[in-house]
Design a protein around this ligand. Structure first.
Ligand code: FAD
Length: 540
């Protein structure tokens, strides 16, 4: 059977999503397109996969690795190597659409167990064979490329089970390659939830969440992944690290924390022990509010999170552009309710929507929501019911499917994100906005979706027509300018996507030379032969 690059590039289960009708109308208007632009596909990536680089492993290496995992778990065919070459960074999708993969791994190896991984890492370290640990491949930072070849270590095929559910400690130990839905379903069956729901939930794994230091959509309540991890089992070239489950210790550094955000550069996470939470969706209370301006919404959000009366779980603000687009694409725009809002001074181009959910015991969720409504009431906002939140939750993962059909009509569509303190937040927001708007025919939607006492994240989605014939360098320059703008104005290099190879050039400037030297020293200790995801990830 022959497979095309398109099979690899699409988000999700090989679905061919279409641009929804209201979104299509908006895109046509914003970019001056017509119906004919939606026929056919620009850079479709429909050629059959054929790699230029043959596998470079020596015959003896091949035989040995195969003997560890079994031949059914050792693949060197072009399509499998191609499939494991990339995550979902925009520039990688462009490569696939251009029918090219410059840096494939030499082989894809799917170990059956932790013990097999120990043997593989020992062997690869001796032989200096690069190893790239691979989870759901939803990385958006170029963290899975194999510039030096080597093996892609697929954790998902066999290491995908819950090992232990400890209801006394309220923790769960899980193999790293388990995907979000299977993990959550199993926990729900026992009355628990993991509390971690990234937009990529359907196609990402527990190991990937930890290695890329991710955040789920309800992180304001449940915490980011680093708040959930209690212990880890990791195979490194320097040996196995297995930390113990304690509530807290004062034994010096928490070694397991070195691996959270390590992006495969230090070792392979094979098992993780995480906190779990009681699953009681029936109690969830929710509310949507509309504010007259983004500034007012941000100020109110800050007061809510700093009040200490309890935290929302999902907590979001869409800026005016994102709010307007949400209204237009949901059909709310110009409805009777919309006209009423406008009469009350909630004007398009200025108004901002806030979503809140609170989870937990019924008394608690009602109490916190009441306090939130009181704070919102003091800021001249309007409570607009629960249904906008419910609608948003119903499509919480599916908006990710829109990027492929947008690229099919020649639209550059990508996201960036940052963490920023409250005192700098509006500065970063307006600078990013101004940067994107300076490009003709470009628009940006920005939201806040992870909130802390001293600040929050900002998440940027930008859309603009591709420069045809020069898609890659045009994107690289535009993307670089946006990252510079975010950092120059006080944003962090990343809040939850990680760094990978894409943001690596900014690492030293961001952290400083001394901190970078610490990362280098840790790397040299665990991985003296530089086999773990080598080639610049994290700037190493
Ligand atoms: C549409 C879309 C939406 C997204 N939304 C979110 C979001 O809401 N929140 C968020 O946090 N992220 C989000 N992401 C980014 C991405 O999903 C996360 O970084 C995720 O945690 C990666 O998990 P994965 O299993 O796909 O890992 P992969 O992409 O396979 O790997 C990511 C990195 O982790 C390393 N790695 C993976 N498994 C292991 C392991 N077992 N041991 C050691 N290293 C390992 C890899 O080498 C690589 O460096 C999104 C991505 C997309 C495409």
């Amino acid at each position: 059977m022959e497979f095309t690059y398109r099979e690899i590039l699409k988000w999700g289960d090989k679905r061919e999503a279409e641009v929804e009708p209201l979104m299509k109308k908006l895109i046509k208007e914003k970019f001056g397109l017509t119906d004919s632009d939606f026929r056919g596909k620009y850079l479709p990536g429909t050629e059959t996969v054929k790699l230029d680089k043959p596998p470079m492993l020596k015959p003896a290496q091949l035989v040995f690795l195969k003997s560890i995992v079994g031949s059914e778990n050792f693949r060197t065919d072009d399509f499998t190597r191609a499939k494991f070459s990339y995550g979902k960074f925009y520039d990688e999708l462009l490569d696939l659409r251009l029918n090219r993969i410059p840096d494939p791994p030499d082989a894809v190896v799917s170990p059956n167990s932790h013990d097999e991984i120990v043997k593989i890492i020992e062997f690869c370290s001796e032989e200096k064979i690069p190893v790239i640990p691979v989870g759901g491949q939803s990385s958006v930072t170029g963290a899975l490329r194999a510039p030096g070849g080597g093996i892609a270590l697929d954790l998902t095929k066999h290491l995908n089970r819950i090992v232990r559910l400890n209801t006394v400690n309220k923790t769960v130990t899980v193999e790293a390659g388990m995907f979000g839905p299977a993990f959550e379903e199993e926990l729900n069956r026992h009355g628990y939830t993991c509390g971690h729901f990234p937009q990529s939930f359907e196609y990402s794994t527990v190991g990937g969440w930890i290695a890329a230091k991710g955040a789920g959509q309800a992180s304001t309540g449940y915490g980011k992944i680093e708040d959930m991890v209690v212990a880890l089992k990791v195979v490194t070239p320097a040996g196995v690290i297995e930390t113990k489950e304690f509530p807290r210790t004062a034994q010096g550094w928490d070694i397991f924390r070195l691996f959270i955000g390590s992006e495969g550069t230090l070792g392979v996470i094979t098992e993780a022990t995480l906190h779990m939470h009681i699953y009681r969706p029936k109690n969830t209370s929710s509310a949507a509010f509309i504010f007259r301006s983004f500034e007012q919404a941000v100020e109110t959000m800050r007061r809510m999170i700093q009040s200490e009366y309890g935290r929302p779980h999902l907590f979001r603000i869409s800026d005016p552009d994102e709010t307007d687009i949400a209204f237009r694409t949901s059909g709310f725009d110009n409805s009777i309710a919309d006209r009423f809002l406008k009469m009350r001074g909630f004007m398009p181009g200025k108004r901002s929507m806030m979503f809140v959910t609170v989870e937990g015991e019924k008394d608690y969720t009602e109490f916190v929501l009441r306090k939130i409504k009181q704070t919102a009431g003091k800021s001249n906002s309007m409570f607009i019911g629960r249904s906008p939140v419910k609608k948003w939750l119903a499509q919480r993962y599916s908006s990710a499917y829109m990027r492929d059909p947008l690229m099919d009509i020649g639209i550059m569509a990508d996201t960036l994100e940052t963490a920023v303190t409250w005192e700098n937040l509006l500065r970063v927001w307006s600078a990013a906005h101004a940067y994107v708007k300076a490009r003709p025919k470009a628009f940006i939607m920005i939201h806040i979706s992870h909130v802390y006492e001293n600040g929050a994240n900002l998440y940027f989605t930008f859309l603009t027509p591709m420069e045809k014939g020069n898609e890659k360098s045009d994107f690289a320059a535009f993307h670089r300018g946006l990252v510079d703008t975010i950092l120059e104005n006080g944003g962090s290099i990343s809040h939850h996507h990680g760094v990978g190879r894409v943001l690596a050039p900014w690492m030293e400037g961001h952290l400083g030379k001394t901190s970078m030297a610490v990362l280098g020293a840790v790397k040299r200790h665990f991985d003296p032969n530089n086999i773990m995801n080598p080639g610049g990830t994290l700037g190493l």
